[in-house]
Design a protein around this ligand. Structure first.
Ligand code: PGA
Length: 307
């Protein structure tokens, strides 16, 4: 079973002082309740040091929003993977659509940045996603396939990479891909990873969804079999909202563990999701009562076939 991962991408928001306050608020809002989920915060480069100090006593990981592919040199305005590693980041986001759209990132430069980040011992969140025009003209799969294959060209260390599927038309627009729409693309990405790296990678690679994830839609998205968490922009700027999204991911991690065990009856999202949403602990009990399994079904069934 893959552990969910939820990362707050603060983008170009918050001064250093505001970032420290927000990180402190996130820790407080989370309390103890996210053991089922990896959590990260990606402030601006300027605030990495200060936010890193706030996160020191927590299990939240420090994440950078980008990195350059050289160690140092005449690259005005850039920050290298070596510097990001030295300041305490464990992950770096690479290939975000805003980098591709506004700053000329290409699959080739994304690939160079990933290689350098991995060399420096960082884990990578590789962002891919189609624009609205691309979706409407029916080339979503071609675009995603090219971004994944060219982004990962020559890279063997898939274990250090998380993929974030972020349809560009859903980022910051309030429009979310439906959970089924997103899951379909996630499965497509998973299949490409399987082709490139084999069956264990197909099962184990974590694929986050990003694009207007909110407390109100997080649980439904995270209940899908191929969605392993979220890359959260706008909603991560509010500590309460971000904590609610993380709690949704933590619950959805606990439930499928029972669903996909060989012994359990697997009702799938249709039954499990409404139960999980309204009464998560009741849903867990429902899943683990052994007599129910034998009473309702002679043999195990599971809709989480690929996890
Ligand atoms: P959003 O951004 O949640 O504000 O849509 C997501 C992202 O760009 O990572």
């Amino acid at each position: 079973m893959r552990k969910k991962i939820v990362v707050g991408n603060w983008k170009m928001n918050n001064t250093v002082a505001e970032s420290v306050t927000l990180a402190t608020d996130v820790i407080e809002a989370l309390g103890e309740g996210f053991s089922g989920c990896d959590v990260g915060l990606a402030p601006t480069y300027l605030a990495l040091d200060a936010v890193g100090q706030v996160l020191e006593e927590s299990d939240i990981q420090l994440v950078a929003q980008n990195c350059h592919y050289e160690n140092d040199g005449a690259f005005t305005g850039e920050v290298s993977a070596r510097m990001i590693n030295a300041i305490g980041c464990s992950y770096v986001i690479i290939g975000h659509s805003e980098r591709r759209q506004y700053f000329g990132e290409t699959n080739a430069t994304v690939n160079l940045r990933i290689k350098k980040a991995l060399t420096e011992g960082l884990k990578v969140i590789l962002c891919v996603g189609e624009t609205l025009a691309e979706r409407e003209s029916g080339v979503t799969e071609t675009v995603i396939s090219t971004q994944v294959r060219e982004g990962l060209e020559g890279i063997s260390h898939i274990g250090a990479i998380v993929i974030a599927y972020e349809p560009v038309w859903a980022i910051g627009t309030g429009k979310t891909a439906s959970s089924a729409q997103a899951d379909e693309v996630h499965l497509f990405i998973r299949t490409i990873i399987g082709e490139l790296y084999g069956e264990p990678a197909f099962r184990l690679v974590r694929i986050q969804y990003g694009g207007s994830v909110k407390p109100s839609n997080a649980a439904e998205l995270f209940a899908m079999p191929n969605i392993d968490g979220g890359l959260i922009g706008g909603a991560s700027l509010n500590a309460e909202d971000f904590a609610a999204i993380i709690h949704a991911a933590s619950v959805s991690y606990v439930l499928p563990r029972y669903w996909d065990s060989e012994r359990a009856l697997c009702p799938g999202p249709k039954i499990g999701f409404p139960l999980a949403k309204s009464a998560p602990w009741a849903a867990i009990l429902w899943e683990i009562i052994p007599s129910r399994t034998s009473f309702l079904s002679g043999r195990p069934r599971c809709s989480f076939g690929v996890t």
